[in-house]
Design a protein around this ligand. Structure first.
Ligand SMILES: Cc1ncc(COP(=O)(O)O)c(C=O)c1O
Length: 396
């Protein structure tokens, strides 16, 4: 994935320059922050990681955070510190990234798929989750689809009624209102297409100090002291109290993360403004294209999902848009449709997920995208829909 070395704002409209699905914003400050670490000589798990953890925790209203190598590693740790293992079931949405199922399987557990609420609110449906609870159910993994926040109340009720743990996959939701506060433990992603990036990276939030402490232990092989501490206390050794992994974050990424975090509020706001622009243009030009969630739903607007009219030839639409210089994607191919997860428990009744996934395409959205690019994307979508229906024109 390419980076832009300035916060462009100028967009791609000066001709037929392709409009990418997403584009990380890398500023000169980011470059300087990483270069400074390289010149300093301490490359991993040092003061920058600690500073990044403190800043991210504080920005989300938490006392502490644990930086990790990526969100998937964070989900592995979350499952481990909640003692999820062989024989345990974890209920997940099928409408999410496959890391949800993969990490449960890697822990030795069984992922169980549940349906979404509706096409308008494609969040995990608490009623569908309740139908799938068995004596083996240990946890539910919820996900703030597209950066739109899930309501906390149903998950609090599940915790109280069934003693379930809630794992919050907050990959899409840094600085979304209330992010990190729904789960017993929450994990964020800083992959290069996310709202802020460290190229690869992730962060764990939890108000449970014991969970955080155990995440820190397991993040570094289960060792009871870190390299930094031993650097300052040369005779200090370490014990290994349980088998851990290497899920550490390095100083370069932490420096980049700190620099990115300082601009995240402005970037999220810009994503929100661009999403509103999409909503009004689509409502005026293509009213049969629906946008999930209401415009006032609390969000950090990670991506721009839309639902094509029923029966639209999605592949043809996407190909045509590609030809017009507009990159699109799908969020997500549902997990139960992958060959590896075909027939997964719960997948026999996922009608709303199925319908959503058949109609969804994701449009470009990133800070620095010009309003004229949004106009171009909506026009391309109109043209693609018209041509997929065999019409000659199709203006938007
Ligand atoms: C919803 C969701 N969960 C988890 C992940 C995994 O994140 P990472 O690439 O940081 O491991 C992603 C990444 O795209 C994601 O979108």
């Amino acid at each position: 994935m390419k980076t832009s070395d300035k916060h462009a704002g100028g967009g791609n409209s000066g001709g037929n320059v392709p409009i990418p699905l997403s584009r990380p914003v890398i500023t000169e400050e980011d470059v300087q922050a990483v270069a400074e670490v390289l010149r300093g000589g301490w490359l991993t798990m040092g003061p920058k990681v600690e500073e990044f953890e403190r800043a991210f925790a504080q920005a989300h209203g938490f006392d502490q955070a644990t930086a990790v190598s990526n969100c998937t590693a964070g989900l592995h740790l979350a499952l481990a510190v909640l003692d999820i293992g062989p024989g345990d079931e974890v209920i997940i949405p099928s409408l999410t990234f496959v890391a949800a199922a993969n990490t449960v399987v890697a822990a030795g557990g069984t992922p169980v798929a549940a349906d979404i609420l509706s096409l308008e609110t494609p969040h995990l449906d608490p009623a569908s989750v309740r139908e799938r609870i068995t004596p083996r159910t240990k946890a539910v993994m919820v996900m703030h689809y597209a950066g739109y926040m899930m309501a906390p109340e149903p998950w609090d009720a599940l915790r109280t009624d069934h003693g379930l743990k809630i794992i919050e996959d907050a990959a899409h939701a840094p600085l979304a209102p209330g992010a990190g506060g729904i789960g017993d433990i929450a994990v964020f992603s800083f992959f290069s297409n996310k709202n802020m990036t460290t190229a690869e990276g992730g962060m764990i939030l939890s108000r449970d100090e014991r969970l955080q402490e155990r995440c820190r232990l397991l993040r570094c092989h289960g060792m009871t002291s870190t390299t930094t501490v031993r650097h300052n206390q040369p005779l200090l050794g370490y014990d290994v109290t349980e088998p851990g992994l290497n899920c550490r974050m390095d100083e370069l990424r932490a420096a980049l993360g700190l620099s990115q975090l300082s601009r995240l509020p402005a970037w999220n706001a810009e994503r929100g403004r661009l999403s509103d622009r999409y909503r009004s243009l689509l409502a005026a030009a293509l009213p049969d294209v629906r946008v999930p969630f209401t415009p006032d739903h609390p969000s950090c607007w990670h991506i721009m999902p839309v639902l094509l009219p029923k029966g639209a030839a999605r592949d043809a639409v996407r190909l045509c848009m590609r030809g017009l210089g507009v990159q699109t994607s799908m969020h997500y191919p549902p997990i139960h449709m992958f060959s590896c997860y075909s027939g997964m428990p719960g997948s026999e009744a996922l009608a709303r997920t199925q319908e959503f996934c058949e109609q969804e395409i994701t449009l470009p959205l990133y800070p620095g995208m010009a309003d004229s690019d949004v106009v171009r994307v909506v026009a391309a979508l109109g043209q693609a829909l018209a041509s997929s229906r065999g019409e000659s024109g199709g203006s938007a």
